[in-house]
Write a protein that binds this ligand. Structure first.
Ligand code: C2E
Ligand code: CA
Ligand code: CA
Ligand code: CA
Length: 281
């Protein structure tokens, strides 16, 4: 990075240039990692709060970089989105997560396993996205109703006919749709009725404040859980770290939970064990 460029740019803004070169390097490395299938998936269990059982997982991508160590998705997903690499990367994630879910379910004598996969706006905007998902389901033998696609509110907030049609096409495959990080976007409650969404994932920022001293913090989460219920949607709370938060969510009647309190996202082998053990937590 130090020798590249040089001259005129270095004399102006050395830091900016360093940042740019680093970013280009990272971009090239990411392209190579995608092509060579060097990315990995970790899985975080989803717990059914009625039965305390592991009923599924959220697939979370990881990049073990040869020299920089493990790179956080928040540091490379934006690059993948900006370059368009997210499209092949996202397809790989979807395929690998479904393949893995089918394998674990088979090993557990067919016990159903719900697999959640994060989808970027950039993927969703591909005209053939629904066909891609259909192809992956066919390739892996994953039953559609065991796949959940997680999308942020920004996808749904763009209330266009094209978006609605895309959602309808996806729903027609038989899968479920979740709104990720619910409550953090510019929510208009109207779109919740308009769009065929099945699940609300309550953002960690709400869960974090549970068990605090301010009652208003609890009221907001309670309202989201009730909203989900009244619309016939499942509610999943993310980012549970403490027993107090879990107790509060149970009290509210939240259906499902994820968080370090139960398990961090773990490599495939460990996740498989958690599922097979039935993992009462
Ligand atoms: P997300 O979809 O909201 O995923 C939840 C994030 O919270 C994960 O971070 C997870 O490790 C973390 N988390 C889970 N439980 C706890 C907890 O109890 N406490 C705390 N502090 N954190 C918790 P991760 O794995 O670093 O992923 C970050 C984000 O990167 C994800 O946020 C998602 O937006 C994106 N991402 C990850 N994998 C993919 C992918 O395959 N495709 C796309 N498009 N985005 C992905
Ligand atoms: Ca998610
Ligand atoms: Ca989330
Ligand atoms: Ca998040």
């Amino acid at each position: 990075a130090k020798t590249a460029g040089g001259g005129i740019f270095t004399s102006y803004r050395p830091q900016m240039q360093e940042g740019l070169v680093e970013r280009l390097e990272l971009e090239n490395d990411l392209r190579a990692a995608c092509e060579n299938h060097d990315l990995r998936l970790h899985y975080q269990p989803t717990i059914d709060l009625d039965t305390n059982q592991v009923v599924g997982f959220e697939a979370l991508v990881r990049w073990p970089h040869p020299t920089r160590g493990m790179i956080n998705p928040l540091d490379f997903i934006p690059i993948a989105e900006a370059t368009g690499l997210i499209v092949p990367l996202g397809r790989w994630v979807l395929h690998e997560a479904c393949r893995q879910a089918v394998e674990w379910s088979k090993a557990a004598d067919g016990r159903p396993l719900k697999m959640s996969v994060n989808v970027s706006v950039r993927q969703f905007d591909q005209v053939d996205f629904a066909e891609t998902v259909a192809a992956v389901l066919a390739e892996t033998g994953m039953p559609a109703d065991r796949l959940c696609l997680e999308m942020t509110e920004s996808v749904l907030m763009t209330d266009t006919e094209a978006n609605l049609e895309q959602l309808v096409r996806l729903k027609a495959l038989g899968l479920t749709l979740a709104i990720d990080d619910f409550g953090t976007g510019y929510s208009s409650l109207a779109y919740l009725r308009r769009f065929p969404v099945d699940t609300l994932k309550i953002d960690r920022s709400f869960v974090e404040r549970l068990g605090g001293v301010l009652t208003g913090d609890t009221a907001l989460t309670d309202t989201i859980v009730r909203l989900g219920k009244s619309l016939g949607m499942a509610t999943v709370a993310e980012g549970i770290e403490e027993f107090g938060q879990l107790a509060a969510l149970r009290e509210m009647g939240c259906g499902f939970a994820q968080g370090y309190y139960f398990s961090r996202p773990v490599p495939a082998q460990e996740a498989g064990r958690l599922f097979l053990e039935g993992a009462d937590t």
